[in-house]
Design a protein around this ligand. Structure first.
Ligand SMILES: NC(=O)c1ccc[n+]([C@@H]2O[C@H](COP(=O)([O-])OP(=O)(O)OC[C@H]3O[C@@H](n4cnc5c(N)ncnc54)[C@H](O)[C@@H]3O)[C@@H](O)[C@H]2O)c1
Length: 273
């Protein structure tokens, strides 16, 4: 059965019932790509979603899309690379909304540094670690005391298929940073599980966001792209909606027994390579 053929029993649509009514979710770097898909998904399920991003135009765009659907999205301009910006933005969020139930550490990317290890500089390494690891660590550190006080929290970290299996596309710095996020997840899951807080890693394969589409067209020939698709058993790349659905699962109250897990979401590609 496809989604459009019957939908979810609770709503009759493709989206389950309002599992996040009354919940506040923070998604970092979420004005575009995967984060945007997740923000709209959680908001459609009833969450108030605080969207951080440094791109003002894209923040306006996601807010306009959300408001057209009557969804509750609070766009906040934050450059997460600026010192103290993250702690200040978490304090402002709590002052405005009073709680944080869900944190999606979405900020990340290969920053399009060269994929061959010997072509990467130390500066490339530092930049990629700062975006993929340090920004998420700082956000988690600022958010956790609020979740602990509430005795409830759901943290979803964005890993990557690259962090699980390596990549000849993104390179060693990105692969190591995403592996670090998986390790970080395990520690947070163990330390904070007793407070009602779960932490899991979601590892997407290639998801056709506008950025990935342009990177693939720069770095892969049409023939190589066809061969790539042939390695994905479901015969297509992923979409932000695919990842949004998986994030919604891990972020829901009902997933409270899923903790420290790694969820591969790549159409089965990891079995082919
Ligand atoms: N797209 C994929 O194929 C894919 C695959 C596996 C994992 N991931 C991971 O998923 C996450 C999202 O990836 P994506 O491809 O959707 O990202 P993206 O590059 O499409 O979007 C990233 C967003 O981050 C914002 N941003 C960048 N630097 C920022 C900063 N300093 N402060 C605030 N905002 C900032 C940008 O403005 C943009 O809106 C990342 O962690 C990525 O590593 C993506």
């Amino acid at each position: 059965m496809t989604r459009s053929e019957g939908g979810h029993p609770a709503t009759g649509s493709g989206v389950p019932a309002r599992r996040f009514a009354g919940r506040v979710a923070l998604i970092s770097a979420a004005a575009s790509g995967i984060g945007r898909g997740a923000a709209l998904r959680l908001a459609r399920e009833g969450a108030t979603v605080v969207v951080w991003d440094r791109d003002a135009a894209m923040l306006d765009d996601v807010a306009t899309a959300a408001h057209a659907e009557g969804l509750s999205i609070d766009p906040v301009m934050v450059d997460m690379m600026q010192p103290d910006a993250i702690a200040a933005a978490v304090a402002a969020l709590v002052a405005r909304h009073g709680r944080i139930d869900v944190l999606v550490n979405n900020i990340g990317g290969s920053l399009h540094t060269p994929f061959r290890f010997l072509d990467q500089s130390d500066q490339d390494w530092e930049r990629v670690m700062a975006v993929n690891v340090t920004a998420c660590v700082q956000t988690t550190r600022a958010v956790l005391p609020h979740m602990m006080a509430a005795g409830y929290g759901r943290i979803v970290n964005l890993g990557s298929k690259a962090g699980r299996f390596g990549s000849l596309f993104a390179g060693a710095n990105y692969v190591a940073s995403k592996g670090a996020m998986q390790g970080f997840t395990l520690q947070i899951a163990q330390e904070f599980g007793p407070y009602g807080i779960t932490c899991n890693t979601l590892c997407p394969g290639a998801i056709l966001t506008p950025r990935v589409e342009s990177l693939l067209s720069q770095r892969k020939s049409p023939e190589e792209r066809t061969r790539m698709l042939e390695t994905i058993p479901v015969g297509r790349h992923g979409t932000p909606e695919d990842i949004g659905a998986a994030i919604a699962f891990l972020a829901a109250e009902e997933a409270g027994f899923v903790n420290g897990a790694t969820l591969d979401i790549n159409g089965g590609q990891s079995m082919s390579i």
